[in-house]
Design a protein around this ligand. Structure first.
Ligand code: TXA
Ligand code: MG
Length: 315
């Protein structure tokens, strides 16, 4: 519907809308989220409908601080450590729901666990404090499509939604997700916080979730093979563009590229630009009837998440 600059007046107006059960797209440091009141089942149902999201795919609940998080989930030692080290920031923790958890069960898609995150973005923080309720906010894109890292991406893909414009997302990649249930901490989704930083904080290695099965799709549906997908075909690990391909580069290269994720070969810059470049390249490729190809990206640090998103986009 409209794009609002993220000033005090717009934040107050959006907080009112959220309290009434309406949806608002909000900026976070990872990607833009399609936010709704987590205590309102109808608002959550509207999120699923707007995204055309499979009902079994649970949502991340956003809160302003640890105090609000404790009212919703139970934190074991690992969860305490990770929250102290990385919140606010690009990390989501899946923990058991509190017995009197105020979040509507629809947000957890019937699971007895809940995904929690404290975002760092100033506008997200202000909005959460103004609403004074937890907000569920999946990425503000139709299910399975590219995630939005700018307000313009949201209004292109979800033209009926009001968007608070908080600029380009500084990280540009969804949060990393760690499961902190009874057993060893689980690596559920590679994202904006590198695995090695999480493991260094915990002092143990993260465990892999069980095999890619229906059961596991329930554990972390973001792991579905085709996800984050552009409309165009995407070829990975390209060295040069073939006929009829637009090339996305990485690092110093003499190859003509449609865009370069990071000419200096910096993975944080490539992560921040990934979805913007894919959105633009996808649009250009559709207009010219071409396909996409992307150069190889190193797999260390944030490269794990970048390669994960590219593999799903290409599947
Ligand atoms: O950075 C982000 O995390 C963004 C911004 C907006 O905060 N949000 C985001 O949400 O990426 P979404 O809905 O696109 O991804 C949520 C992921 C899904 O893969 C889902 O499976 C997982 O979180 N998830 C949510 N609740 C869960 C639970 N109880 N157990 C396991 N995984 C869960
Ligand atoms: Mg998403």
């Amino acid at each position: 519907m409209a794009l609002y600059p993220a000033n005090a007046q717009a934040i107050a107006a959006c907080a009112d809308k959220l309290k009434q059960g309406d949806l608002v797209a909000l900026p976070t440091e990872t990607v833009y989220g399609l936010a709704g009141d987590a205590t309102n089942g109808e608002a959550i149902a509207a999120i699923y409908a707007t995204k055309a999201r499979p009902q079994f795919n649970p949502l991340i609940c956003h809160v302003a601080d640890m105090k609000a998080a404790r009212a919703i989930g139970r934190f074991n030692d690992a969860a305490e450590k990770l929250a102290a080290a990385f919140w606010p920031g690009p990390l989501t923790l899946v923990v058991p729901r509190q017995a009197d958890c105020p979040v509507d069960p629809l947000a957890s898609a019937g699971l007895d666990t809940i995904a929690l995150r404290v975002p760092a973005h100033e506008t997200a923080q202000k909005l959460l404090r103004a609403v004074a309720r937890p907000l569920v906010a999946p990425s503000a894109n139709p299910s399975g499509r590219l995630s939005p890292s700018s307000a313009a991406h949201v209004s292109e893909m979800l033209p009926d939604i009001d968007v608070l414009d908080g600029g380009n997302c500084s990280i540009g990649m969804e949060s990393s997700i760690v499961g902190c249930l009874d057993d060893a901490p689980l690596w559920l989704r590679a994202g904006g916080l590198a695995r090695k930083d999480i493991e260094a904080c915990l002092g143990v290695n993260l465990s892999e979730p069980p095999e890619e099965t229906a059961q596991q799709a329930r554990l972390a549906p973001g792991r579905l093979a085709r996800h984050y997908a552009p409309h165009s075909n995407l070829r990975l690990n390209a060295e040069t563009a073939r006929d009829n391909e637009l090339l996305i580069g990485f690092g110093a290269t003499a190859e003509p590229c449609f865009a370069n994720l990071s000419a200096d070969g910096h993975l944080s810059e490539a992560a921040a630009r990934l979805f913007s470049v894919l959105h633009e390249a996808d649009k250009a490729a559709q207009q010219s009837g071409q396909n996409l190809a992307v150069m190889a990206i190193p797999t260390d640090g944030l490269g794990e998440a970048i390669n994960d998103r590219l593999a799903r986009a290409a599947a």
